[in-house]
Design a protein around this ligand. Structure first.
Ligand SMILES: [Zn+2]
Length: 160
């Protein structure tokens, strides 16, 4: 399935790190979102933060290594509530593997892949990429954002 995403060619401020995902990871996020219909789904992205990809060119990225679906405690087509106990369990598992919470994802079913007012309100992790998969269009759309105190900046995504 072809997924539209904001790739490395899109204009983005240089200070925002690329978020790197594999095609298989994108596919599994899409599959999770489709699976959860008619409600939104949510999950975590585990990986390496500030991963030095290229020393010479000073390329530092956030690398996703694992997609972890998390239970949505409040199933709804227009919102989600990540189960905090599952989230804590997942974060513990990441630490045991030497990984960090690189991102948090959820699906949008009727709107585009842009954070809603509610998403901004519930964004407690300025260090994590907020990834939204939208199934509203003819193709799934994946976008990533940094959300810091209600301020939203789009982060570039590289799918490799
Ligand atoms: Zn949302």
């Amino acid at each position: 399935m072809s997924v539209a995403y904001n790739g490395c060619n899109s204009e983005s401020p240089l200070n925002l790190k690329d978020l790197v995902l594999s095609h298989a990871q994108v596919d599994s996020i899409v599959a999770h979102a489709v699976d959860g219909l008619p409600n939104e789904v949510c999950g975590l992205l585990a990986g390496k933060k500030n991963h030095v990809f290229d020393v010479v060119f000073d390329v530092i990225l956030d690398l996703v290594l694992d997609v972890i679906p998390v239970k949505n405690l409040k199933p709804s087509p227009v919102g989600y509530l990540m189960d905090p106990s599952e989230q804590i369990k997942a974060i513990r598992m990441m630490r045991n593997k030497g990984l960090s919470q690189v991102g948090i994802y959820h699906s949008h079913l009727v709107s585009s892949a842009l954070p809603s007012a509610k998403d901004l309100e519930l964004a407690y992790y300025p260090d994590s990429a907020y990834v939204i998969i939208s199934l509203a269009g003819s193709h799934p759309e994946l976008k990533a954002f940094e959300i810091n105190k209600g301020l939203v900046k789009e982060r570039p995504i590289i799918v490799s």
